[in-house]
Ligand binder design. Sequence first.
Ligand code: IPT
Length: 942
Amino acid sequence: MDIETFTPGSGRLAPRAALRSDAPSLDLNGPWRFRLSPHARVADDFAAPGYDDSGWDELPVPSHWPLHGHGAPAYTNVSYPFPIDPPHVPSENPTGDYRRVFDLPEGWTGGRLRFDGVESYAKVWLNGHELGFTTGSRLPAEFDAGPWLRPGRNVLAVRVHQWSAASYLEDQDMWWLPGIFRDVTLTRSAADVFVHASYDDGRGTLSFDGPGLLTVAELGVTGLAPGTPVTLDVEPWTAETPRLYDAEVRLDDETVRLRIGFRTISIVDGVLLANGRPLLFKGVNRHEFHPDHGRAVPYETMREDVLLMKRHNVNAVRTSHYPPHPDFLDLCDELGLWVIDECDLETHGFGQVGWRANPIDDPRWEEALLDRMRRTVERDKNHPSVVMWSLGNEAGTGRNLAVMAAWTRERDPSRPIHYEGDLSCPDVDVYSRMYASHAEVEAIGRGVEEPLDDPALDARRRAMPFLQCEYAHAMGNGPGGLAEYQELFERYPRLAGGFVWEWIDHGLTHPVLGHAYGGDYGEPVHDGNFVIDGLLFPDRTPSPGLLDLKKVYEPVRFAFSAGAVSITCLYGFRDLTGLAFSALLEIDGEEAAAFALEVPAGGGEVKLPDLPEGDGERWLTVRAVLARDEAWAPAGHEVAFGQVRLGTGGAPYHDGGAPYHDAARPVGAEGASVTAAPGGELVLGGGVFDPVGGRLTRLFGIDVEGPRLELWRAPIDNDRYSDAERRWRRLGLHRLTHRVDAVETGDGLVVRTRVAPAATDVGLHVTYRWSAGGDVLGLTVDVEPDGDWTEPLPRLGVALTLPAAFDRVTWFGRGPGEAYPDTGMATRVGRWSATVDELQTPYVYPQENGQRADVRWAELTGPAAGLRVAGDPVFGLTARRWSTADLDRATHLPDLVPGDRVHVHLDAAQHGIGTAACGPGTLPRYELRPAPTTFTFTFAPI
Ligand code: IPT
């Protein structure tokens, strides 16, 4: 059968550019008749015009049938969900038959049937005549409909097989989602043009290939013939300044409209340049995804993606791992994003069998691979936003890559070629890697990376710019380490930046589970929640990781010195005139002064006025916002901020990041002695303790449990998918025992304990020292590691619970969002409030989340009472309506059910976040190593 052939298609017309044409076209989207069969060997009599499909279902086009009640989605990352035996596919091969009747408008003759995307194989009939078949799911195919169209009623029939030989080429890390998932059109447009618009120092050179005459009215170009370049004064296109010129090409039968951007991409001395200036990608990897529609993404959602990227200072997108819907690239042209356009090609699963029979190195697949590359380049060649072609992703190495690259270079010498999967870079123009560590990126930046064995290849690669086509795996809580990568990207000219993996969680809407991931549809082979690794939650709410990325990618940076702020412009292609700058002074989180700053267009040092003094912490926050509406955000949108803590009495400014030991020092928490209550409980100030265990049971009349030492966190994905969780569990850090060695009374209460897991000889000597004075209760915890600790700790702090009514939190510290040692760059010191529910970050796979960092004090309040906790100087605060053990057990958000307690963690420290789910773990400086530690809190009633 031709579903098991190396041939990519039959009967298709030569690929051409996606163009807007005034030629008539008929939108064939909408409800189609649909029937699903469990295998491919079904009679094809349904293609006959007179076939009775009245018993069939209806299915919208575009869509994926498993998202409309026919079969189910399935997720695998690397693994093929079928035996590897190319070009053969399983007999269980879901096969969708589609029928659509349409009326041809009066006077219509000729035309093409265009399919923008069908997964994975489609055979097409018009009025019972077979037009051919196509593969290449995320690529367009056109068939000549002309000879078979007839006046009035026409019947289009399409048979789609989920599995075909082409499935071996489409092993991307995503849901397998068959169906006609992009537009179907009957068009009388046949035009193809290739516009060349380069830019050099104020001058643009314009030419084009193809029939017709080109007009760019705004530039006074009228009726330009193909192959006759003109040079003109123009404004360049860049992602920061997406200047487009409306153009049209008039042909005999139609006029096509294009939007031209003048820009030149080049590589000079190993540096990637756009229009002669360094090009630094602040990128993300974008899969097409919508939680209800899969890869059939509505136009408004595509637009939302681009707007969200722009608003979070993202300037580049890699279309991982296939060409997106053509409209997406129009949006990138219009709103400004640099694009790496990737061919629809991945054969990752062959890696699991030692790359045996990998299509990439097998001449029988050459035509299929070349076909994919041609269709990518031909479709997208006119987009100024597309600055690089990528041959594919994770497809190993082999001869066919060279064939694809050679064709591409010949067809479009203006764009560099990218492919990451061959370390020796024989076919490409840029050196690309994924998930390289900070140390390795630095070595590459300095040009001192490990050499390749082949000296010629090594010399070639050493002369290339470097980019990370994937880095900072944004799975669950995280990614950590973003700022440190950015620092390297900005330091070394060879480094052209990178693309965070990935834009959005692919969680499918599920009636019971909230959002589904691998295994939730009963797939026998799947990769769990590895598909939930985005900067956006499935509903497109930004995660804390995206907010951090916005901060790290910000195009303006602030540095503070005594009485001044210096402002650096990090735009590559514009100055600061589009921004308005302002400053806000807060004392203990209360506004004390606000003023505007006049900043020179190129940046520089700006003097600050004399600022009010005050007793509390004085924090100055400087903001850069859009001065005017831009196409992607309104005036007032915050682009960047900086924060610094001011010294008192005209003293110099301090570094904004350091903890402050003069904050919130406990006052008055000493002097009182322990007394015994009639029931035998110990009473110290506002605290009541059990006499045997020395544990606090009532605090200012509130029923409390704890606080006591806690080391466990609900494993985050970076713990789960690395070795950390396994090692921590083996050590037993989730099941600590607390042995009470002494409860000593007198001036205060001292409780001496040894905290340790069963079955090991390591532990911690933990001493709780309680003191009381006035209405303040103080607690100092001394932690002394005992034995030979080899593992870092997930967290170090105390945990307590309060009645459920304490459901509001106000704090002075970093906020409003969560922060961990290597994340939370987006947070700033201030006074914040939230309900306990609002403190939760809804990671699709439940895991540790929601810590507020550097908290000086926090008030937990209910309708009737409140408790104030202060640190010395600061602590990490986590509060939730379920325990850490509940969070640890949960696999989907609906598993988390509020109980009758609020669970509070007051932490001295946590282990860093890193990106070990895929890539490097926590940097050594963010590891939490067991060490003697003392931390102090004071408690007071409100
Ligand atoms: C890398 C893939 O390119 C990407 O598609 C995704 O699967 C990512 O990993 C993990 O989420 S490949 C991996 C072997 C580094």
